[in-house]
Design a protein around this ligand. Structure first.
Ligand code: HEC
Length: 246
């Protein structure tokens, strides 16, 4: 029995740890690495909008094809832009030096970001851009002040304005009293569509930070089932052995 309780505790622990990693003001990305359609959309979006600058140096294209149930020729057509082989890792063609020159800071590899900063952090980051003419990129970010990453999804979201809660234009020094508001019709997506888009990308990056996880969790269920069956057998065996000892 003790073994069983321990096994269950071990299974629940990582989930609890993830949930605790959020931090107060982060938005909830609601990621689900078992939602394969979301992961498929996220992979495509990542290849389209992020891979120009960011790599996933531990993840191979054929691994993505297998895990996300995408035929390899589809991966080659929609995810690989630089003629890489399907066995290659998802690294991009931009040279670090170029990126450094353009952004003042090299775009980091995003392999472990979902684990290091949390999925909710990534989601909140993508939802915290606002117009700021004082920045070289024309935008700033409530979560990562002065970020050197442009608002790459501005066409989809539109560029939010920073406003006071009472509706007046605001300044960033007064963060408590501010929120973001996208001008009507500024983006090609509705706000809920943009949330779904950024959730899919976040979900994909969550998967990418630990590709083994869905398989491991499925395995966990089988382990528990096995232990339950084993417990039953052990109990019957014990009864059988002790039956005549009296
Ligand atoms: C034009 C180049 C470029 C593109 C395209 C781009 N990024 Fe970035 N990204 C950057 C740079 C530069 C930084 C470093 C920003 C900083 O630290 O101020 C960054 C930082 C980040 C970070 C923070 C990582 C960390 O640990 O601090 C995340 C997360 C991120 N990008 C996600 C994305 C996603 C998701 C996309 C696609 C929707 C994307 N980026 C597209 C240039 C880019």
């Amino acid at each position: 029995m003790r073994v069983l309780v321990l096994a269950m505790a071990l299974m629940v622990a990582p989930v609890a740890a993830n949930a605790a990693g959020g931090g107060g003001e982060l938005m909830d990305a609601n990621v689900d690495v078992h939602d394969r359609q979301s992961l498929q959309r996220g992979a495509k979006l990542f290849a389209n909008y992020c891979m120009g600058c960011h790599s996933l140096k531990y993840l191979r294209y054929n691994r993505v094809a297998q895990d996300l149930n995408i035929p390899e020729d589809v991966v080659e057509q929609y995810l690989i832009w630089d003629g890489s082989k399907i066995q290659s890792t998802m690294t991009n063609v931009m040279r670090d030096g170029d990126a450094q020159d353009w952004f003042g800071k090299a775009p980091p590899d995003l392999s472990l970001t979902a684990r290091a900063k949390g999925s909710n952090w990534i989601y909140t980051y993508l939802n915290s851009y606002y117009r700021d003419p004082d920045q070289p990129t024309g935008v700033n970010n409530l979560l990562l002040k002065g970020t050197s990453m442009p608002h790459v999804l501005w066409r989809q979201q539109g560029i939010p304005e920073l406003v006071h809660k009472d509706g007046e234009g605001g300044s960033e020094s007064d963060q408590e009293a501010t929120k973001l508001k996208v001008p009507e019709g500024a983006g090609t997506l509705s706000s809920s569509e943009y949330h779904r888009m950024t959730r899919d990308i976040t979900n994909f990056l969550t998967y990418a930070s630990e590709p083994i996880r869905p398989a491991r969790e499925r395995m966990g269920v089988w382990v528990i089932l096995f232990l339950l069956v084993f417990l039953g057998v052990a109990y019957l065996l014990k009864r059988e052995y002790w039956k005549d000892v009296h």
